[in-house]
Design a protein around this ligand. Sequence first.
Ligand SMILES: [Zn+2]
Length: 637
Amino acid sequence: MPTGNHGFIAARGALLAGSLATLAGCAGVEPGAPEAADTVLRDGYIYTVNESNPTVEALAIRDGVIVYVGGEAKVDAFIGPETRVIDLGGKMVMPGLQDAHIHGITAGQPQCDLEYQPLTVDEFKARIAACLDNPAFGSGADDWLVVNHWYVQFLTPPGTSVTKAVLDSLDTRRPIIVNGVWGHAALANSRALELADISAETPNPSDGVIAHNAAGEPTGWVYDGAQALVRQAMPAPPAVDPIEAARRGMQALIEEGITSFQAQSETRETVAAFAELRERHELPARAHFLIDSGARTGAELTAFIAELDALRDAFEHPEQIPLQVRAWRPGEQQGPRLVPEPGVSIDGVGEVMADGILQAPTQTAALLEPYRVNVGSADDPRWVPGDKRGEAYIDAETLGTMATRFAEHGYQTQIHAIGDRAVRNTLDAFETLRENDGIEADQTGYGQSGDSRPLMSHAELVDPADHARFAQLGVVPVMSYQWAKPAPDSTDAVKPYLGPQRWQGYEPEGDLAAAGAKIAYGSDYPVDPLDHWFAIEAAVLREADWGPQFPQYAGALNPDQALTLEQAIRGITLNAAYAMHQDTITGSLETGKLADLLILDRNLFEIPRDDISETQVLMTMVGGDVVYMAADFAPWQ
Ligand SMILES: [Zn+2]
């Protein structure tokens, strides 16, 4: 019997006292045949993400748990009359994808959708006009038209920008809001601004900006928290069955191969829907929630923590969540170490916005040195330092006190930091957390018991002096690999404003990995289309195939910052599992871990790197259950 099973025996403790005796027996003097497995995968290229045993041929699963990982010869012993055997014929198997930063976990009714496409101003207007004519998106004189997935920086030709005047020129009186794909900027028409009571005199909210033109008039652009001013004026959207929306959202995720996710900024209603899905035994992926309310200090913070406690009481059932997910929290935590069926856990707070985004014209990401400005012309540019350094929405001290309070109450903190100043503020804040939580800050800051595992999402620009602090402080950078490619939102909207020196460190995955940071992947979906395989490709190639009509986006973006394929996969499996406090039970294929895995239609290690994005998932398995199978895949008769 494989010695790896010792861990399995010890780990399950008293839970499986009955089968324990059997297993313990076979670890003794004369190993007998192991108990038959429910499922065996064999003759495959099984990439385990376990450094001591990275590729094997066979794997066996019993009761949702991996009981054997190794060569072909020994797997026969796990095959009984009832065992399902999948002959992989050399196909690749890997751990299920884990997404440590996602927003789009539900799918509601269809909405007017610009589909992330490059558009000219005329095309932009035509698409919106068509939506105005479509009764599915409303027809009354006062019905709001909500337009989504506008790739703002992809207005063509490059350099094109628009204001509310473009929307006002459409033949309608209806209020319109067009949402940029990043969620940080939206364009409203005059009617929408009027209904939202936004005038030249309206002050900026503390966490956002209302853009004005030189004459002081609102341009229609609302950034970050200012978008809420417009949304508040909208009537509640028509009721969508939240269970159905959750089910639709999950279907898209498991087809992509996502077996665990940490969802950001979710509401009580969403959590309730997922808890209900779990009660019906229809939840196909491990659901982790980070809730954000805007509460940062004082009585507001106390009230918010009480709200989080109430959420846990209502929707989190300890027997449905593996112990490791909860073990670090204060107070006595008990329960099963392994739970094959996915559950719902309320992990903490996120995403807390330390700043905005780097892209012009928004430029709300907080920088140490100013954004550059072009004092020449478009044809003959001359870039010099300007006077804008972006917006630090919260100072380091407030963030540090806040993260400490959350950790004391058993809540993890996820902070959005993009510019190098916000990144430093956030690291300073987590240093305060470390001073308070007593967890030693050293070169091996990761993985200590009792650690709330502070998370920083995005970290797109990090001052070199701060690279090593991630590992020193045990902070997980949650990176969106797919952002590291030449594109309108990088090449045009960021590069010239940072200048060549800072640009070298834009999307600094390579520097962070070299400095020992435990990089986890987070898609930030639906900021980009749901495409985790493209993200893995971008991590290693740092380019995208835009085609010959876009020569300005050819080639790689800071190729020195590329991750190896092994690093990229580890970030989207085991390291993301670490971010969710579940790395000892899932995220790699090892004896004694949950059987969360994928069968792929190609071997990522053998194909040309630019084919990785074409990968199709043939089967998604969670806790030993097949939750998705491609229509044309028939592994057993
Ligand atoms: Zn986000």
